[in-house]
Design a protein around this ligand. Structure first.
Ligand code: SF4
Ligand code: SF4
Length: 152
């Protein structure tokens, strides 16, 4: 009984020793991130970073449970809201995705990356210029997955 237990344990050890490795040598090697990975929220544009999809409605800022989205606006000549400021305090974001879910204009997605380490907390303050992200099939698939749909 005792011997068969040891043999069984050795079999498991050998199977893992010669089987596929589950450890990777980060940062030289990186595991692929799943579609819908929740990195920092980003402001989507289609062609021109000066023309974000965002219409400055502030719904996302109101949806954020930790109030790290800061938006300032003014009315343009056509009475439409113009976005003056859209900042995210990345150091306080809890990556919940509620802002992405709340946005009615598909103007937010989440960054497909987690590497944001900095030496100074002030550097975790992202302005709208820093947050601008060109829409790609991958970023759209992330956004759709985050809002609870299935990417095409
Ligand atoms: S909810 Fe969407 S459109 Fe409205 S301010 Fe936020 S990102 Fe812009
Ligand atoms: S992901 Fe969550 S915590 Fe981060 S900005 Fe959006 S709503 Fe706020």
């Amino acid at each position: 009984m005792f011997g068969s237990g040891i043999a069984q344990g050795m079999m498991i050890t050998l199977r893992h020793f010669f089987g596929p490795k589950s450890t990777i040598q980060y940062p030289e090697q990186r595991a692929p991130l799943a579609t819908g990975f929740r990195g920092l929220p980003r402001l989507v544009f289609d062609e021109d970073p000066e023309h974000l999809r965002c219409v400055a409605c502030s719904i996302c800022a109101n949806a954020c449970p930790v109030e790290v989205i800061h938006i300032d606006t003014h009315r343009g000549e056509d009475r439409k809201l113009v976005l003056d400021r859209f900042d995210i305090e990345a150091g306080g974001c809890v990556y919940c995705g509620l802002c992405v879910e709340a946005c009615p204009f598909e103007a937010l997605t989440m960054m497909h990356s987690f590497e944001m380490a900095v030496y100074n907390r002030d550097q975790l303050f992202w302005t709208k210029e820093m947050l601008a992200l060109k829409a790609t099939p991958e970023s759209e698939a992330d956004r759709i997955r985050i809002v609870g749909g299935n990417e095409k």
